[in-house]
Design a protein. Structure first.
Length: 360
């Protein structure tokens, strides 16, 4: 659990030597040879952040954020969430002996994520509004001194999340002798895009990475919640807030990505792009990943869905080396997994009947 593993292995690039840890990081960079061949790129790896302690990348930010809160002496932590942030806040807040408050959009969060936050001891308030309304309220509560805000608006969250990029570069280079040309990632609040860009800039400034070696950051949103894609396609620096958003990829069902002012330059300055994908494309990608043993929630599969779409349109070339970031575990949203998978088949309690069925 010490500083020689995971996020805290990069402590020289972090605000502290060690945070409130479970521990987190050191997530797998999966080889997926059949998907690689199907997509038609030179190399494809899947960075599966669902293998963190609470099942999502949010743990990387919380290990730093909760440590900061303890240094400041605050008594309570708060966040708005589509689910994963609430689970991480509750777990890491509990680890740090702190009270936690979570605001969720009523009826819009996967049950598995609510269960996590509840079991870890968070007080959960279901708001009659969407995620963006929840975040507005949490920001006001923080401004009034009621709690310490630990959404990705908090810059210390991004400090932990930038280590995703460090791990990708380190392991990919060890396997290929080169860095990936492109990193494709789902976009909700755009925290990861901002965090990876910050981390890569720091590496360039330190001389550890040449500017032409920085991977193209490529964001993917669901068609029903794609304000940042809209801004990039229209050449705008500011994002128009979408009041009505809908997608089965609940973790990225966000209409006002608060980190967009940092993420959009990250995409543009690295030569990346952004693309919106349909829920059907997300489900197909979720099944495709599962066929190679990589179990992810719907939002995570958006990265592969986006890569496929960009490959078909010729934006991504066949000689590119690509990493897709998957942000949350399959079991985060078991209902979505059931919908994407097949139904169990009822059979009699009889071997011969089962053999007849299997041989039919």
């Amino acid at each position: 659990d010490g500083p020689e593993r995971g996020v805290w292995r990069y402590r020289e690039a972090l605000p502290f030597d060690l945070g409130v840890t479970l521990p987190e990081g050191d997530t797998p960079l999966h080889r997926v040879p059949r998907i690689e061949e199907s997509v038609g790129v030179d190399a494809l790896r899947i960075k599966h952040e669902g293998m963190n302690p609470t099942g999502s990348f949010k743990d990387r930010g919380m290990t730093v954020g909760v440590r900061v809160a303890k240094e400041l002496g605050v008594g309570a932590l708060a966040c708005a969430s589509t689910g994963n942030t609430s689970a991480a806040l509750a777990a890491y807040g509990g680890r740090g002996g702190m009270q936690t408050l979570v605001l969720l959009p009523a009826g819009k969060v996967a049950a598995g994520k609510i269960a996590q936050a509840s079991l870890h001891g968070a007080r959960i308030l279901e708001v009659d509004g969407n995620f963006d309304a929840c975040l507005d309220i949490v920001q006001e509560l923080a401004a009034r001194g009621e709690a310490y805000l630990l959404n990705s608006l908090n810059p210390f969250r991004l400090e932990g999340q930038k280590t995703i990029g460090f791990e990708i570069l380190e392991e990919f280079y060890a396997d290929y002798g080169a860095f990936p040309d492109r990193i494709v990632l789902p976009v909700g609040n755009a925290g990861n895009t901002s965090a990876l860009y910050k981390g890569f800039r720091e590496l360039v400034q330190s001389g550890a990475l040449d500017v032409d070696e920085v991977p193209k950051l490529t964001g993917v949103q669901a068609e029903g919640a794609a304000p940042m894609v809209e801004a990039i396609e229209e050449g705008n620096d500011e994002v128009r807030r979408w009041e009505k958003v809908e997608t089965r990829a609940t973790a990225i069902r966000i209409g006002n990505p608060v980190n967009a002012p940092k993420a959009i330059p990250g995409i543009r300055n690295t030569g990346g792009t952004a693309v919106a994908v349909s829920d059907a494309e997300i489900t197909a990608a979720q099944r495709h990943l599962a066929s190679e043993g990589v179990g992810v929630e719907p939002a995570s599969a958006a990265s592969l869905a986006g890569l496929k779409k960009l490959r078909r349109s010729g934006v991504v070339d066949d000689d590119e080396r690509v990493v897709c970031l998957t942000t949350g575990h399959l079991l985060k949203d078991p209902d979505a997994a059931y919908e994407a998978g097949g139904d169990p088949e009822p059979v009699p309690n009889d071997v011969d009947s089962i053999l007849d069925l299997l041989h039919d």
